[in-house]
Each structure stands twice: as C-alpha cells, then as structure tokens.
Design a protein around this ligand. Structure first.
Ligand SMILES: [Mg+2]
Length: 396
C-alpha cells in the first residue's frame, strides 16, 4: 500500500470568540489517501493554519522535508518505522513543537488506515487489551462573566450534573491566575478551597475530583501553600500548577505536595516526558495524542509511565477525532484510569458537537465501551466540515 495524497481541512467555528481561551474553536483535520482506496483521518491541537504549513511546506534539502513530501509514496502499514523516518527527515524544521504536533495528526490518520486495512479497531494493533471498558472524566469550564461567586456555584452545579450523568470524575478549571486567568475571577487563593469543598460535599466521597490551575503560580512555594489546604478533600490531581518550563519547581513541588501533580498537555515527543519523569517532577502524565506526535508517540509515553509506575490521564480538548484516538490508546493502557472527554451534549464548541458523531456513548455507569469499528471509527459529518472549512477559509 502507498500513500497517494494528504488533504488538510482548516476548520473554524463561524461564531468563534477571539478573546476565548479555548483551542476547540478551530482545528485541522487531515485525510490521508492511499492507492488501495483506504483513507485515514486525524487532527491535532495546534493553530490550524500553522499545522497546514508544516504539512504542506516544500523542503529544499534532505533534513528539512515537508511532511507531505516525506509521506507521499510511503507504505502506511508500518507506522512506527514511518514516524521515526519522518522525525529524522524533518529534524531541522521540527524535533519539537508545531511540526511534531502536525505529525501527530498524520500519525493518527495512518493508524486509522492500518486498522481499516486489517479490518480491526486500531487499538488491537496498538497492544493487548488493557481494560474491559473506558472511563472518561468531564472537564468543567463554566463561562466566567458574573464574578467568582456565580462561577463557584455554576461549577459545583456542573459537577453534580456530571455525576448524575454517570461520570465518576470531573476536573474543575479554576482559572483565577496565570496566563489563562479569566476576567472577573480575580480572587485570593484562599477562596478556591470553597469551590473544591462544595463539589466534594455535593458529589460525595466516591467521585474523583481533579483541579486545573493552568500554570497559575510562578513559585512552587506559593503553589504548595495553597495545595496543602486542598488535601483534606482528596483530590485526584492538580494540573499544571507551574509554568511548563519550570522543571526545578515541579521537582521541588512533586517531592512535597500532598496532592499528585499532573502535567504534559503541551509536550511533544516522549523525550520531553522523559525529562519530567527522570527528574521525578510529575505523578500523572498528560500527553495530548495529537500534540505529542500521534498514537505512535503517545503509546511510547504510556510505556515510559509504566516503567516508572506512573499514571497517564491524556489531555483532549478538540473534536470527536481526538476523542476517538484517545479512546484507542486508553483501550490498551491499564495505567490510564481516566481520559478527558467533553460529551457533545455538554460542549460549547460547535466543532466538538457537530463534526463527528461519537462512536462511544457514555453509559449510566460512567463508562464507554471499547471501540468496535474498524480503524479509529471516525465518521465525519461532511456538511459540518464544509461549513467550518468555509469559515476557516474566510480567515486565511
Ligand atoms: Mg489544562
């Protein structure tokens, strides 16, 4: 089998809000075509126009090949060897960041092709069955227009609603400080524990609560002082307490924090995760399947975590394509207790609601069945795709 071409769809929600702090208003969707008529679908969490440039740019020498130039003509049925070859061949434009994120979309599509070619769900090619069902968690990020008290009340209500829907865990996005800080949520750190306590009280003792502070603190000592006040509410983890480059801070905090630390949503390649792990700077690894470099690299991060007895809880804030790819990873990873899953019914993003009809539907017990369709099991809504592509084309 040979790859014959790659289509890039730059998609945008026509009603996008340029002041929102949310990467699910746009996306890049790739379709990889082959000479046997089998096609694969992937996406990644990166500025969609930059992703398209990474994929379509020409190269002028042997170490700066464009991704399309390297992939057209290649056999898609050995994705790991192909990944390694493309990683080396794009070294001068890639190795980390945007190009690896873009490669992630293509790798996802190639694994989709492999599953379809062998007429099995992709997870069967990724490894042994690691679990009987999948357990997602709900990310809760209410609009923050009315001040902190209204926000606190809304997020507690959402947590209760999620637990009623069957979810066994939810993540509270407490974005009061740092680069994601929401206007109108500027309160002292001492108020945050009120929200956590209210959710714990409402959701009961068997519900797992995660907290995301989105790079809120500059100093690990400040983070520790606040996190210590949360410990009695038994949090599953606190996500990205410090800036992603502050490895010294993570290492200090990880040694002392009474709550496990989670990070890694922005990282690309297993090498960036290896550094965190070897410095004992994290407890829960959060690769985003697209950004880390695709299923090939996400699986390697899971292997790294297993060797160090750490858990993986993937990031996923995109469309049903990322949800599908993450579900396949979860199916073969026993140390992946939860993955991020915004049900289309709860999503603000039209892309999440309309682009893909989910194969997997949350059961009343809070679990999803293992994927059963061939490949990644993604079905695109072509009308929605055309509308979002037209909106994307208006912007550039
Ligand atoms: Mg986050």
């Amino acid at each position: 089998m040979k790859i014959t071409g790659i289509d890039c769809h730059v998609l945008l929600d026509p009603g996008y809000d340029a002041d929102a702090t949310s990467s699910n208003q746009d996306t890049i969707v790739v379709e990889v075509h082959t000479d046997e008529g089998i096609g694969g679908i992937g996406e990644t969490d990166l500025n969609a126009w930059i992703a398209r440039a990474c994929i379509q740019a020409p190269g002028t020498h042997t170490m700066d090949r464009g991704l399309t130039a390297m992939l057209v003509g290649a056999d898609p049925l050995d994705p790991v060897a192909l990944w390694d070859r493309v990683y080396a061949g794009t070294a001068m434009t890639g190795r980390r960041g945007a190009l690896v994120h873009a490669l992630g979309a293509l790798d996802m599509a190639i694994w989709d092709i492999c599953g379809k070619a062998q007429r099995v769900p992709t997870w069967r090619l990724l490894g042994e069955r690691g679990r009987e069902h999948l357990t997602p968690y709900a990310s809760l990020l209410p609009r923050a227009g009315q001040g902190f008290d209204a926000f606190a009340e809304t997020i507690a209500d959402q947590a209760i609603a999620a637990s009623r829907q069957g979810f066994r865990a939810a993540k509270l996005e407490l974005l009061t400080r740092g680069p994601y800080a929401h206007e109108g949520l500027a309160v002292g750190d001492d108020r945050l524990v009120e929200v956590i306590a209210a959710v714990r009280k409402a959701a009961g003792p068997d519900f797992d609560i995660m907290v995301d502070v989105a790079y809120g603190w500059d100093d690990w000592r400040d983070a520790l002082a606040v996190i210590e006040t949360w410990a009695e509410h038994r949090l599953f983890f606190v996500e990205t307490p410090l800036w992603t480059d502050d490895l010294d801070g993570y290492a200090e905090l990880a040694r002392r924090s009474p709550v496990p630390l989670a990070t890694g949503e922005w990282l690309s390649t297993r090498f960036e995760f290896r550094e965190l792990v070897e410095r004992q700077a994290v407890h829960v690894l959060q690769p985003d399947v697209g950004r880390v470099g695709g299923l090939t690299e996400a699986r390697r991060v899971c292997e790294l975590a297993a060797r160090h007895d750490l858990r993986v809880v993937p990031h996923g804030w995109k469309t049903g394509i990322t949800v599908a790819a993450t579900a396949h990873l979860a199916a073969v990873t026993p140390h992946l207790p939860y993955f991020e899953f915004v049900p289309p019914t709860m999503a603000e993003s039209r892309l999440r609601r309309e682009l893909v009809r989910d194969e997997l539907v949350l059961g009343a017990d809070g679990t999803l069945p293992l994927p059963a369709r061939h490949g990644l099991g993604i079905e695109l809504d072509r009308d929605a795709l055309a509308e979002f592509a037209a909106a994307g084309a208006r912007l550039g």
